[in-house]
Design a protein around this ligand. Structure first.
Ligand code: SF4
Length: 682
């Protein structure tokens, strides 16, 4: 019996914990602590602990599948490639779109956007960052010149006050949540603002149960109280920022007085005042947020408001502070960095910039998609559903919009309007079931590569076993397809490391990185040269804006696109649970995790439940303007009256049948965190 331990990085959340894969006779059988892991020092949460269980699931795709007369039949790689090439060559570039993936490596994401732009010549490439942190990328880039988490995870331990808004960190980024808890034990003040009394909120010194969708009102109220009391950091504002007067004009309005903000948010005015004082008076205060901030029609406004608060209190460019945007999936940061967004090449180099278009054309050695901004994921679905014949063909790698996207009936209608869809994945997902060709890819344990966690740390994956059956590493599939399309030279890579070297060559923020330098610790971007040590804390001397100043942006509070009314009187907010990951493709095939939480539920306040005559655990019907589902009730005081919550992982009671496809006008992110529903007894 041969046993070995292969250190690698967790495939679930953006924390980027490391652990060992235990390999017995060539097969992954378990995980074990890796004490040198830089982010988590050997600890993992339950998802990481059981991350070996799905790897050799009998459900893994092991051979290409081609749909014939509505049924999938097994095919050879040659047959699958021949069919795909004949179809891809038959469409005009603007009729095709690609979805990259926050679950695959940087190298594979880089290759997919290169395939879209250089082979298909289409500008339409995006991925699920659109659904989680597109508002962060757009919002923070606009005010700081860089759309990423400003500080490192380690830094959070050095904060003197931690303000968590719209993040259930203990359940969704547990090893970051652990740092919050440890900091609190050391006397750090912790404030949590969330409509649900989450496990994170239960650890707080001050809990602010505000109504979902009132973030800007709360943040403006905090800023008004700080400025009224003269607690703002005048020196930082004068030296490092601009437009403070414009910001003041808005936040000092009577609308944002403690009393008025208390009414809008449903919070006691005294608690808002206390939070403002703790944040402003702390030597350093870190602000952590996640999808509670971003998934709104005002997602970009929310993000900019968090930046405003941190700038006026001088909490940027130093340790223990910052705007810590906690990215969702393991490699969603990397997929953005690699240019899997419709407006940028890798390293956020704008496609509309003619110099950069020329640079990429020369680097890739072929004509590429003209330098115009392509469709976002959400636009792709809207076009498919509402303008049939505009988009006709799609190549989807490792994404499952049939569970993850809002208004699932609309998504299904759109995807069914496609003439040809290729899905590359490790399981036959709900989206793959609609495909014409399915290609079996690899999971995180089956190839080398890199991923970039929420704190911009680029880390290595290491291959632990071969992919099952005929499944192949995703990078190899893209290279073979590229060659079959006539682009052999552009896709002549023999290893992920060779791809990474090309990434470093064309991407300034990754320019100084090599596999050898990444080693066990990884490196934080920007790391522009071979000597550069990486950048755990951004904006130390100046911001990335043209004049180096942070931009304070006046923002007025706006209501969500859909608010409760007589017909749909409850506000639905959606999210994740501790045991499952997104569309459940991996965690629902992990026995230990599925046993803990085998299906979904709707969380509702006892007063709302009593008014409807609903008892705990009773099956109910939840109805929105877009559809209805049957789901079990969980009656709990842990949620605010008037608000209900559902996790979105479960296809048998898919919360996204109900959610609203209303979009932020800048980031095109959907409003998952606020729509209106009615609940009925069955
Ligand atoms: Fe994996 Fe995130 Fe858990 Fe760490 S905290 S083990 S990265 S799921």
């Amino acid at each position: 019996m041969e046993m070995k331990y292969v250190p690698t990085t967790c495939p679930y959340c953006g924390t980027g914990c490391g652990f060992n894969l235990v390999v017995k006779d060539g097969k992954v059988v378990d995980t074990a602590p890796w004490h040198r892991a830089p982010v988590n020092q050997g600890k993992t949460c339950a998802k990481g602990n059981y991350a070996a269980e799905f790897v050799n699931s009998p459900d893994r795709l092991t051979t290409p599948l081609i749909k014939k007369d509505g049924t999938f039949v097994e095919a050879s790689w040659d047959e699958a490639y021949a069919l795909i090439v004949s179809k891809f060559k038959a469409y005009k570039p603007e009729e095709m779109a690609c979805l990259a993936s926050a679950r695959v490596s940087n190298e594979e994401n880089y290759l997919l956007q290169k395939f879209a732009r250089a082979v298909l010549k289409t500008p339409h490439v995006d991925h699920c960052a659109r659904l989680c942190h597109a508002s962060t990328v757009a919002g923070l880039a606009a005010v700081f010149g860089s759309g990423a988490m400003t500080n490192s995870i380690e830094d959070i331990s050095e904060a003197k006050c931690i303000f968590v808004i719209g993040s259930n960190t203990f359940e969704q980024h547990p090893l970051i949540g652990r740092r919050i808890m440890m900091a609190r034990l050391n006397g750090v003040k912790v404030i949590v603002a969330d409509p649900r009394f989450t496990p994170t909120a239960k650890q707080a010194d001050l809990y602010l149960p505000f109504f979902s969708g009132t973030d800007v009102a709360l943040l403006n109220g905090l800023m008004q109280h700080i400025i009224k009391n003269g607690w703002e950091d005048k020196e930082f504002i004068a030296k490092r920022t601009k437009d403070f007067d414009k910001l003041k004009e808005v936040v000092m309005k009577d609308t944002y007085s403690l009393e008025n903000v208390a009414k809008v948010t449903g919070l006691p005015a005294a608690d808002i005042a206390t939070a403002a004082e703790w944040i402003a008076k702390a030597e350093s205060s870190a602000l952590l947020y996640s999808m509670g901030i971003t998934q709104h029609t005002v997602g970009v406004d929310n993000v900019k408001s968090t930046a405003n608060l941190q700038m006026i209190t001088g909490n940027l460019g130093k340790r223990g502070a910052g705007v810590c945007a906690l990215r969702g999936q393991n490699n969603v940061q990397g997929a953005c960095d690699m240019g899997c967004l419709p407006n940028v090449y890798s390293g956020y180099q704008q496609v509309a910039n003619s110099d950069l278009h020329k640079k990429m054309t020369e680097a890739w050695g072929c004509d590429i998609a003209e330098g115009k901004v392509g469709y976002t994921v959400t636009k792709m679905i809207n076009v498919l559903a509402d303008e049939p014949g505009t988009l006709k063909c799609m190549y989807v790698m490792g994404e499952n919009p049939m569970i993850s996207d809002p208004d699932l009936h609309h998504v299904e209608k759109g995807l069914k309007n496609l003439e040809f869809m290729v899905v590359q994945d490790i399981f036959l997902t709900e989206t793959a079931e609609l495909a014409d060709v399915v290609l079996p890819g690899s999971c995180y344990a089956e190839r080398d590569g890199t991923q970039t966690n929420t704190e911009r740390r680029v880390q290595l994956w290491r291959k632990a076993q071969d992919a099952p059956g005929q499944a192949k590493p995703d990078w190899q599939i893209i290279c073979e397809l590229g060659a079959a399309m006539g682009y052999e030279k552009q896709f002549a890579f023999k290893s992920p490391e060779e791809i990474f070297n090309e990434v470093a060559k064309v991407t300034p923020s990754y320019g100084g990185m090599t596999y050898a330098r990444l080693g066990a610790e990884g490196l934080h971007w920007p790391c522009p040269t071979a000597e550069h040590p990486g950048t755990p804390v951004l904006h130390k001397e100046k911001f990335g804006t043209p004049d180096g100043l942070g931009i304070l942006t006046p923002i007025e509070w706006k209501q969500p696109a859909e608010v409760p009314d007589a017909e749909y009187p409850l506000l639905l907010t959606t999210g994740r649970c501790m045991w499952h990951w997104h569309t459940g493709t991996m965690t629902r095939r992990s026995e230990s995790l599925e046993r803990e939480e085998p299906t979904g539920w709707v969380e509702m306040n006892p007063e709302d439940a009593k008014a409807l005559g609903i008892k705990d655990k009773e099956m109910i019907r939840a109805i929105s303007r877009r559809g209805e589902i049957n789901i079990g009730a969980r009656v709990t005081k842990d949620i605010k009256k008037g608000v209900v919550f559902m996790p979105f992982h479960f296809k048998e009671c898919a919360a996204n049948i109900l959610t609203n496809n209303a979009l932020d006008p800048i980031a095109s992110i959907p409003e998952y965190k606020a729509c209106s529903v009615r609940i009925e007894k069955i």
